[in-house]
Ligand binder design. Structure first.
Ligand code: SOE
Length: 388
Protein backbone atom coordinates (compact mmCIF):
# COMPACT_ATOMS: atom_id res chain seq x y z
CA UNK A 1 0.00 0.00 0.00
CA UNK A 2 1.39 3.43 -0.95
CA UNK A 3 2.63 5.35 2.05
CA UNK A 4 1.11 8.71 2.97
CA UNK A 5 3.59 11.35 1.84
CA UNK A 6 4.32 14.27 4.14
CA UNK A 7 5.89 17.19 2.29
CA UNK A 8 8.59 18.95 4.30
CA UNK A 9 9.61 22.57 3.82
CA UNK A 10 12.80 23.47 5.68
CA UNK A 11 14.12 26.95 6.39
CA UNK A 12 17.90 26.89 6.73
CA UNK A 13 20.50 24.34 5.65
CA UNK A 14 23.66 24.56 7.76
CA UNK A 15 24.61 22.19 10.63
CA UNK A 16 21.09 21.41 11.86
CA UNK A 17 19.76 21.53 8.32
CA UNK A 18 22.10 18.70 7.44
CA UNK A 19 21.16 16.71 10.59
CA UNK A 20 17.42 17.08 9.88
CA UNK A 21 17.71 16.37 6.12
CA UNK A 22 19.71 13.21 6.80
CA UNK A 23 17.18 12.10 9.43
CA UNK A 24 14.16 12.50 7.13
CA UNK A 25 15.91 10.43 4.46
CA UNK A 26 16.82 7.67 6.93
CA UNK A 27 13.43 7.29 8.64
CA UNK A 28 11.82 5.10 5.90
CA UNK A 29 15.04 3.07 5.69
CA UNK A 30 14.89 1.90 9.30
CA UNK A 31 11.40 2.53 10.67
CA UNK A 32 8.21 0.87 9.46
CA UNK A 33 5.94 3.86 9.31
CA UNK A 34 2.79 4.65 7.36
CA UNK A 35 4.35 7.91 6.23
CA UNK A 36 7.08 8.85 3.83
CA UNK A 37 8.71 12.24 4.40
CA UNK A 38 9.36 14.07 1.12
CA UNK A 39 12.14 16.67 1.05
CA UNK A 40 9.91 19.02 -0.94
CA UNK A 41 11.51 22.48 -0.60
CA UNK A 42 14.51 24.09 1.06
CA UNK A 43 14.52 27.83 1.79
CA UNK A 44 17.55 30.07 2.14
CA UNK A 45 18.37 33.68 1.28
CA UNK A 46 21.38 32.97 -0.90
CA UNK A 47 20.12 31.33 -4.11
CA UNK A 48 23.44 29.74 -5.12
CA UNK A 49 24.06 28.39 -1.62
CA UNK A 50 20.55 27.01 -1.08
CA UNK A 51 20.54 25.37 -4.52
CA UNK A 52 23.90 23.74 -3.75
CA UNK A 53 22.61 22.50 -0.38
CA UNK A 54 19.39 21.19 -1.99
CA UNK A 55 21.41 19.31 -4.58
CA UNK A 56 23.69 17.77 -1.95
CA UNK A 57 20.94 16.79 0.48
CA UNK A 58 18.24 15.80 -2.03
CA UNK A 59 15.61 18.53 -1.75
CA UNK A 60 13.23 18.73 -4.75
CA UNK A 61 13.00 22.52 -4.96
CA UNK A 62 14.20 25.72 -3.32
CA UNK A 63 12.85 29.10 -2.25
CA UNK A 64 14.79 32.26 -1.40
CA UNK A 65 11.92 33.71 0.64
CA UNK A 66 10.67 31.64 3.61
CA UNK A 67 7.29 33.37 3.43
CA UNK A 68 6.78 31.91 -0.06
CA UNK A 69 7.59 28.46 1.34
CA UNK A 70 4.92 28.84 4.02
CA UNK A 71 2.35 29.95 1.39
CA UNK A 72 2.91 26.85 -0.75
CA UNK A 73 -0.08 24.47 -0.84
CA UNK A 74 2.23 21.50 -1.44
CA UNK A 75 3.99 21.93 1.93
CA UNK A 76 2.60 20.14 5.02
CA UNK A 77 5.40 20.76 7.54
CA UNK A 78 7.73 23.67 8.26
CA UNK A 79 11.09 22.74 9.81
CA UNK A 80 12.95 25.78 11.20
CA UNK A 81 16.72 25.38 11.55
CA UNK A 82 17.69 29.05 11.36
CA UNK A 83 19.18 31.15 14.18
CA UNK A 84 17.07 31.69 17.30
CA UNK A 85 15.82 35.24 16.57
CA UNK A 86 13.93 33.99 13.49
CA UNK A 87 12.01 31.15 15.17
CA UNK A 88 9.00 33.09 16.47
CA UNK A 89 8.05 35.00 13.29
CA UNK A 90 8.50 31.89 11.14
CA UNK A 91 6.67 29.49 13.47
CA UNK A 92 3.71 31.83 14.05
CA UNK A 93 3.35 32.40 10.29
CA UNK A 94 3.59 28.64 9.67
CA UNK A 95 0.97 27.88 12.33
CA UNK A 96 -1.41 30.47 10.87
CA UNK A 97 -0.92 28.77 7.49
CA UNK A 98 -1.95 25.46 9.07
CA UNK A 99 1.49 23.85 8.81
CA UNK A 100 2.85 21.40 11.39
CA UNK A 101 6.07 22.78 12.85
CA UNK A 102 9.36 21.64 14.26
CA UNK A 103 11.95 24.18 15.29
CA UNK A 104 15.47 23.91 16.61
CA UNK A 105 16.24 24.73 20.25
CA UNK A 106 15.95 26.95 22.12
CA UNK A 107 12.36 27.58 21.09
CA UNK A 108 12.75 31.35 20.91
CA UNK A 109 14.79 34.42 21.79
CA UNK A 110 12.66 35.23 24.85
CA UNK A 111 9.95 33.72 27.04
CA UNK A 112 7.39 36.14 25.59
CA UNK A 113 8.17 34.96 22.06
CA UNK A 114 7.97 31.32 23.19
CA UNK A 115 4.52 31.88 24.72
CA UNK A 116 3.29 33.53 21.50
CA UNK A 117 4.54 30.54 19.49
CA UNK A 118 2.72 28.13 21.79
CA UNK A 119 -0.51 30.15 21.58
CA UNK A 120 -0.26 30.13 17.76
CA UNK A 121 0.12 26.34 17.44
CA UNK A 122 -2.66 25.73 19.94
CA UNK A 123 -5.03 28.13 18.17
CA UNK A 124 -4.30 26.59 14.77
CA UNK A 125 -4.35 22.98 16.03
CA UNK A 126 -1.11 21.92 14.38
CA UNK A 127 1.46 19.41 15.64
CA UNK A 128 4.58 21.05 17.08
CA UNK A 129 7.98 19.99 18.45
CA UNK A 130 11.20 21.61 19.61
CA UNK A 131 14.32 19.67 18.64
CA UNK A 132 15.85 18.62 21.95
CA UNK A 133 17.42 15.61 20.26
CA UNK A 134 19.40 14.20 23.21
CA UNK A 135 16.19 12.85 24.84
CA UNK A 136 16.17 10.40 21.95
CA UNK A 137 19.49 8.68 22.64
CA UNK A 138 18.40 5.10 23.43
CA UNK A 139 20.38 5.19 26.71
CA UNK A 140 18.48 8.30 27.83
CA UNK A 141 15.14 6.76 26.85
CA UNK A 142 16.11 3.66 28.84
CA UNK A 143 17.10 5.82 31.83
CA UNK A 144 13.61 7.33 31.67
CA UNK A 145 12.11 3.83 31.70
CA UNK A 146 14.18 2.87 34.79
CA UNK A 147 12.93 5.99 36.59
CA UNK A 148 9.30 5.41 35.57
CA UNK A 149 9.57 1.77 36.76
CA UNK A 150 10.69 3.15 40.15
CA UNK A 151 14.03 1.33 39.86
CA UNK A 152 15.81 4.38 41.32
CA UNK A 153 13.13 5.36 43.84
CA UNK A 154 12.90 8.94 45.12
CA UNK A 155 15.26 11.21 43.17
CA UNK A 156 17.65 13.29 45.31
CA UNK A 157 20.05 14.82 42.77
CA UNK A 158 20.25 15.72 39.09
CA UNK A 159 23.70 16.95 38.15
CA UNK A 160 24.36 18.05 34.53
CA UNK A 161 27.22 19.70 32.80
CA UNK A 162 27.44 20.46 29.13
CA UNK A 163 31.08 21.21 28.30
CA UNK A 164 32.39 22.51 24.97
CA UNK A 165 35.55 24.38 24.03
CA UNK A 166 35.13 25.58 20.42
CA UNK A 167 35.42 29.31 21.13
CA UNK A 168 38.32 29.35 23.62
CA UNK A 169 40.61 30.92 20.99
CA UNK A 170 40.06 34.73 21.23
CA UNK A 171 40.52 34.96 17.44
CA UNK A 172 37.34 32.88 16.91
CA UNK A 173 35.05 35.36 15.14
CA UNK A 174 31.91 37.03 16.46
CA UNK A 175 29.43 34.51 15.06
CA UNK A 176 25.65 34.67 15.55
CA UNK A 177 25.76 32.44 18.65
CA UNK A 178 27.73 35.22 20.40
CA UNK A 179 25.25 38.03 19.73
CA UNK A 180 22.33 38.44 22.16
CA UNK A 181 20.01 39.98 19.53
CA UNK A 182 20.37 36.82 17.40
CA UNK A 183 20.94 34.03 19.91
CA UNK A 184 19.20 35.27 23.08
CA UNK A 185 21.95 33.93 25.31
CA UNK A 186 25.24 32.06 24.89
CA UNK A 187 26.16 28.73 26.46
CA UNK A 188 23.00 28.99 28.58
CA UNK A 189 20.45 28.78 25.78
CA UNK A 190 22.55 26.95 23.21
CA UNK A 191 23.72 23.99 25.33
CA UNK A 192 22.37 24.63 28.82
CA UNK A 193 18.89 24.33 27.28
CA UNK A 194 19.68 20.71 26.42
CA UNK A 195 20.59 19.92 30.05
CA UNK A 196 17.39 21.66 31.20
CA UNK A 197 15.37 19.53 28.78
CA UNK A 198 17.02 16.32 30.04
CA UNK A 199 16.32 17.44 33.62
CA UNK A 200 12.65 18.12 32.86
CA UNK A 201 12.34 14.82 30.94
CA UNK A 202 13.94 12.67 33.66
CA UNK A 203 13.16 14.46 36.95
CA UNK A 204 10.39 17.08 36.49
CA UNK A 205 9.78 20.80 36.64
CA UNK A 206 12.33 23.25 38.03
CA UNK A 207 10.63 25.55 40.56
CA UNK A 208 13.40 27.94 41.64
CA UNK A 209 17.09 28.54 41.00
CA UNK A 210 20.13 30.71 41.61
CA UNK A 211 22.76 31.20 38.97
CA UNK A 212 25.74 33.11 37.69
CA UNK A 213 27.06 33.79 34.19
CA UNK A 214 30.44 34.87 32.81
CA UNK A 215 31.85 36.16 29.53
CA UNK A 216 35.59 35.43 29.46
CA UNK A 217 36.40 36.95 26.04
CA UNK A 218 34.49 40.20 25.69
CA UNK A 219 35.49 41.27 22.18
CA UNK A 220 36.04 39.17 19.05
CA UNK A 221 37.12 39.80 15.45
CA UNK A 222 34.37 40.75 12.97
CA UNK A 223 34.35 39.75 9.35
CA UNK A 224 33.36 36.14 9.59
CA UNK A 225 32.89 35.08 6.00
CA UNK A 226 32.56 31.68 4.37
CA UNK A 227 35.59 29.69 5.41
CA UNK A 228 36.32 32.18 8.18
CA UNK A 229 38.11 34.51 5.76
CA UNK A 230 37.94 38.18 6.67
CA UNK A 231 36.92 40.94 4.31
CA UNK A 232 39.97 43.17 3.78
CA UNK A 233 37.99 46.16 5.05
CA UNK A 234 37.11 44.38 8.28
CA UNK A 235 40.60 43.22 9.25
CA UNK A 236 41.38 44.02 12.88
CA UNK A 237 37.86 45.22 13.56
CA UNK A 238 36.32 43.86 16.73
CA UNK A 239 32.78 43.54 18.08
CA UNK A 240 31.41 43.03 21.58
CA UNK A 241 30.35 39.57 22.75
CA UNK A 242 26.92 40.18 24.30
CA UNK A 243 26.18 36.69 25.67
CA UNK A 244 27.56 34.34 28.31
CA UNK A 245 30.54 32.09 27.63
CA UNK A 246 29.69 30.05 30.71
CA UNK A 247 26.87 29.60 33.21
CA UNK A 248 26.35 27.68 36.47
CA UNK A 249 23.19 27.38 38.51
CA UNK A 250 21.59 25.48 41.40
CA UNK A 251 17.96 24.41 41.12
CA UNK A 252 15.13 22.91 43.17
CA UNK A 253 12.70 20.54 41.44
CA UNK A 254 8.98 20.21 42.13
CA UNK A 255 9.61 16.74 43.67
CA UNK A 256 12.20 18.08 46.12
CA UNK A 257 15.26 16.96 44.16
CA UNK A 258 18.28 19.26 43.98
CA UNK A 259 19.81 20.21 40.63
CA UNK A 260 23.27 21.48 39.76
CA UNK A 261 23.97 22.69 36.21
CA UNK A 262 26.99 23.98 34.32
CA UNK A 263 27.26 24.91 30.64
CA UNK A 264 30.41 26.35 29.14
CA UNK A 265 32.26 26.77 25.88
CA UNK A 266 35.60 27.15 27.71
CA UNK A 267 36.19 23.65 29.09
CA UNK A 268 39.30 22.83 27.07
CA UNK A 269 39.45 19.24 25.87
CA UNK A 270 35.68 18.75 26.06
CA UNK A 271 34.24 18.90 22.55
CA UNK A 272 30.57 18.01 23.13
CA UNK A 273 30.51 16.58 26.61
CA UNK A 274 26.82 16.69 27.40
CA UNK A 275 26.54 14.58 30.54
CA UNK A 276 24.43 14.03 33.64
CA UNK A 277 24.30 11.93 36.80
CA UNK A 278 21.10 11.23 38.68
CA UNK A 279 21.07 9.89 42.25
CA UNK A 280 18.01 8.22 43.78
CA UNK A 281 17.25 6.32 46.97
CA UNK A 282 17.59 2.93 45.18
CA UNK A 283 20.34 3.75 42.72
CA UNK A 284 22.12 6.14 40.36
CA UNK A 285 22.60 6.53 36.62
CA UNK A 286 25.23 8.37 34.58
CA UNK A 287 25.24 9.28 30.87
CA UNK A 288 27.80 11.06 28.66
CA UNK A 289 26.95 12.06 25.08
CA UNK A 290 30.51 11.43 23.98
CA UNK A 291 29.84 7.73 24.83
CA UNK A 292 26.16 7.97 24.02
CA UNK A 293 25.38 4.22 23.78
CA UNK A 294 26.60 3.56 27.31
CA UNK A 295 24.59 4.01 30.51
CA UNK A 296 26.26 3.59 33.91
CA UNK A 297 23.85 2.14 36.46
CA UNK A 298 24.34 1.63 40.21
CA UNK A 299 21.69 -0.23 42.22
CA UNK A 300 21.72 -0.14 46.01
CA UNK A 301 20.33 -3.69 46.21
CA UNK A 302 23.29 -5.24 44.42
CA UNK A 303 25.01 -7.91 46.48
CA UNK A 304 27.63 -6.48 48.87
CA UNK A 305 31.01 -6.97 47.28
CA UNK A 306 29.49 -6.52 43.85
CA UNK A 307 28.31 -2.96 44.54
CA UNK A 308 29.34 -0.32 42.04
CA UNK A 309 28.38 1.24 38.71
CA UNK A 310 27.89 -1.24 35.89
CA UNK A 311 28.14 -0.03 32.28
CA UNK A 312 25.32 -1.08 29.97
CA UNK A 313 25.79 -0.89 26.20
CA UNK A 314 22.29 0.22 25.23
CA UNK A 315 22.20 -1.65 21.93
CA UNK A 316 20.01 -4.58 23.00
CA UNK A 317 16.47 -5.04 21.72
CA UNK A 318 15.20 -3.99 25.16
CA UNK A 319 16.63 -0.52 24.54
CA UNK A 320 14.36 1.95 22.72
CA UNK A 321 14.87 2.55 18.96
CA UNK A 322 18.12 0.59 18.50
CA UNK A 323 16.33 -2.56 17.35
CA UNK A 324 15.50 -0.70 14.13
CA UNK A 325 19.15 -0.72 13.08
CA UNK A 326 21.63 -3.52 13.71
CA UNK A 327 22.25 -6.51 16.04
CA UNK A 328 23.34 -5.88 19.66
CA UNK A 329 26.76 -4.25 20.04
CA UNK A 330 26.53 -2.39 16.73
CA UNK A 331 26.48 1.12 18.13
CA UNK A 332 24.70 4.16 16.74
CA UNK A 333 25.54 7.88 16.75
CA UNK A 334 24.59 11.54 17.17
CA UNK A 335 22.67 11.63 13.89
CA UNK A 336 20.37 8.82 15.08
CA UNK A 337 18.95 11.00 17.85
CA UNK A 338 17.49 13.23 15.10
CA UNK A 339 16.10 10.21 13.24
CA UNK A 340 14.21 9.14 16.41
CA UNK A 341 12.89 12.63 17.19
CA UNK A 342 11.71 13.31 13.63
CA UNK A 343 10.19 9.82 13.40
CA UNK A 344 8.07 10.65 16.48
CA UNK A 345 7.20 14.02 14.92
CA UNK A 346 5.92 12.36 11.72
CA UNK A 347 4.10 9.68 13.72
CA UNK A 348 2.43 12.44 15.71
CA UNK A 349 1.25 14.10 12.51
CA UNK A 350 -0.06 10.83 11.08
CA UNK A 351 -1.85 9.83 14.26
CA UNK A 352 -2.87 13.43 15.11
CA UNK A 353 -1.31 12.82 18.53
CA UNK A 354 0.98 15.53 19.97
CA UNK A 355 4.53 14.20 20.45
CA UNK A 356 7.14 15.54 22.89
CA UNK A 357 9.11 17.71 23.46
CA UNK A 358 6.41 20.09 22.29
CA UNK A 359 6.31 23.88 22.15
CA UNK A 360 4.96 23.75 25.74
CA UNK A 361 8.21 22.01 26.73
CA UNK A 362 9.97 24.78 24.85
CA UNK A 363 8.09 27.44 26.81
CA UNK A 364 8.89 25.75 30.13
CA UNK A 365 12.56 25.49 29.07
CA UNK A 366 12.59 29.17 28.09
CA UNK A 367 11.16 30.06 31.53
CA UNK A 368 14.18 28.40 33.16
CA UNK A 369 16.57 30.24 30.80
CA UNK A 370 14.92 33.54 31.70
CA UNK A 371 15.09 32.77 35.43
CA UNK A 372 18.82 32.00 35.21
CA UNK A 373 19.45 35.36 33.51
CA UNK A 374 17.29 37.16 36.10
CA UNK A 375 19.13 35.43 38.96
CA UNK A 376 22.56 36.22 37.50
CA UNK A 377 21.48 39.86 37.23
CA UNK A 378 19.94 40.12 40.71
CA UNK A 379 22.35 37.67 42.43
CA UNK A 380 19.31 36.17 44.16
CA UNK A 381 17.20 32.99 44.07
CA UNK A 382 14.46 33.33 41.42
CA UNK A 383 11.17 31.44 41.13
CA UNK A 384 10.63 29.89 37.67
CA UNK A 385 7.38 30.95 36.00
CA UNK A 386 5.21 27.83 35.63
CA UNK A 387 2.85 27.04 32.74
CA UNK A 388 -0.13 24.85 31.91
C1 SOE B 1 26.81 24.34 19.40
O1 SOE B 1 26.97 24.53 20.73
C2 SOE B 1 25.93 23.12 19.15
O2 SOE B 1 25.85 22.96 17.77
C3 SOE B 1 24.51 23.30 19.69
O3 SOE B 1 23.87 24.41 19.08
C4 SOE B 1 23.72 22.02 19.44
O4 SOE B 1 22.39 22.16 19.97
C5 SOE B 1 24.42 20.87 20.13
O5 SOE B 1 23.70 19.66 19.92
C6 SOE B 1 25.84 20.73 19.60
O6 SOE B 1 26.55 21.99 19.76
Amino acid sequence: MAKQEINIGMIGYQFMGKAHSHAYRDIPFFFDSEVKPVLKALAGRNEAEVNKAAETMGWESTETDWRRLIEREDIDVIDIVTPNHTHAEMAIAAAEAGKHIITEKPLALTLEEAKAMYRAVQKNKVIHMVCHNYRFAPAVQYAKRLIEDDRLGRIYHFRADYLQDFIMDPSFPLVWRLKKEVSGSGALGDIGAHSIDLARFLVGEIMELVGTMETFVKKRPLGEMAGGLKAESEKDQYGEVTVDDAVAFLAKFSNGALGTFEATRFAGGNRNKNKFELNGEKGSIRWDMENMNLLDVYLVDDEPGLQGFRTINCTEEEHPYVGAYWPPGHIIGYEHTFIHLLYEFLQGITKQSQPYPSFLDGVRNQAVLQAVEQSAESRRWVKVEQFG
